[in-house]
Ligand binder design. Structure first.
Ligand SMILES: NC(=O)c1ccc[n+]([C@@H]2O[C@H](COP(=O)([O-])OP(=O)(O)OC[C@H]3O[C@@H](n4cnc5c(N)ncnc54)[C@H](O)[C@@H]3O)[C@@H](O)[C@H]2O)c1
Length: 310
């Protein structure tokens, strides 16, 4: 199937492309990043040997170009957006957020409709809980557009709401693996699990074995946990770090030596509906993180990996 990825050269899009190609799909990446960076005589950081999908340099704000690029597409994964980090760092204005996250989302749904495309996966965010934040509000409006197109035009729409998933190899955000680990410890989802949720949504839409027409779904995407709800209710009842020690005794020494705060209580989200609808089974947990920390130390396992490498 031809899968169109808006913003497909970002962290999530790149991870999806590799898997989609492996699954026999044809990803078509539509992103504002210039494609001339990929010529052999320039500075592309793409790793030789890994597949490069079909790349189109374009903006979802350019309706003509978007409409034309969407011809012959089976499923759209709408990723492109300014996100929480751009609000936190004040890198984008309220107009930027409205234009890309709301106007851009409208263009994607309308241009898909005009091309007869029925299947759309919209990447939203758990930041919709921050309804008066700029980013959260823009995603609420994006979800509203997604919902309206599903109901009005009978589109099959899956809206995924991942919590923060900026990967440890994104050096513009994390300068080393421990910084990412500190953040992950608060409760988080690894980008590989977000990718899994998108791929399972693709599978469901491709199977046509679903009841999504006129019935959009909104699915929270969180990571895997060893901690139970009971652990969280009685957090560190036996003293600081006692819950961590009960689950991860073998990692306690290395984790504290490397500076991890083992008393951090994570926030866990309800993913029951996501499991039910797309059979989502998150794999990356605190234990996975601790295994990587023990094996690779502060440098982490992703030293040579880059964001925006194709
Ligand atoms: N990263 C997170 O922690 C997180 C958490 C929850 C939800 N999300 C959502 O996931 C999606 C993106 O995640 P990511 O981490 O891959 O982001 P990213 O910033 O790595 O990638 C976004 C891509 O969109 C492209 N883009 C920007 N403007 C565009 C335009 N006008 N037309 C086409 N492409 C454009 C950028 O060039 C970039 O490649 C967003 O919808 C975001 O709101 C992200």
């Amino acid at each position: 199937m031809k899968i169109f990825l808006t913003g497909g050269r970002g962290d999530l899009g790149q991870m999806l492309c590799t898997s989609l190609i492996g699954m026999g799909h044809t990803p078509v990446v539509f992103d504002i990043l210039p494609t001339d960076r990929l010529r052999p005589d320039n500075t592309s950081t793409h790793v030789p040997g890994t597949p490069i999908p079909e790349l189109i340099e374009g903006s979802i704000l350019d309706r003509e170009q978007l409409r034309s690029a969407l011809q012959g597409i089976d499923i759209v994964v709408h990723i492109a957006a300014w996100h929480g980090i751009h609000e936190f760092r004040k890198e984008k204005s309220v107009y930027d957020f409205f234009d890309l996250n709301v106007g851009g989302t409208f263009n994607v749904f309308q241009c898909a409709l005009e091309n007869g495309i029925k299947n759309i996966i919209f990447i939203s965010s758990t930041s919709i809980d921050d309804r008066y934040g700029i980013y959260g509000h823009s995603k609420i409006l994006g979800e509203e557009i997604a919902s309206a197109y599903a109901h009005r035009h009978g589109m099959n729409v899956i809206t995924l709401r991942p919590r923060a998933f900026i990967p440890p190899w994104n050096k513009s955000v994390y300068s080393n693996f421990m910084e990412w680990c500190q953040w992950f410890t608060k409760g988080a989802v690894h980008i590989s699990d977000v990718s899994q949720a998108v791929l399972k949504s693709v599978d469901l839409l491709a199977s046509k074995n679903h009841a999504l027409q006129n019935a959009p779904v909104f699915l929270t995407v969180d990571g895997a946990y060893q901690y139970t709800d009971k652990d969280l209710d009685n957090w560190d009842a036996d003293g600081p770090s006692s819950t961590f020690k009960r689950h991860y005794a073998q990692f306690y020494d290395v984790a504290t030596k490397l500076g991890l705060d083992t008393a951090t209580k994570p926030k866990k989200l309800d993913i029951t509906e996501t499991q039910r609808v797309i059979n989502y089974k998150p794999l990356y947990s605190m234990k996975t993180m601790l295994l990587e920390l023990k094996k690779y130390g502060l440098a982490g396992p992703y030293r040579d990996r880059e964001s925006n490498s194709f």
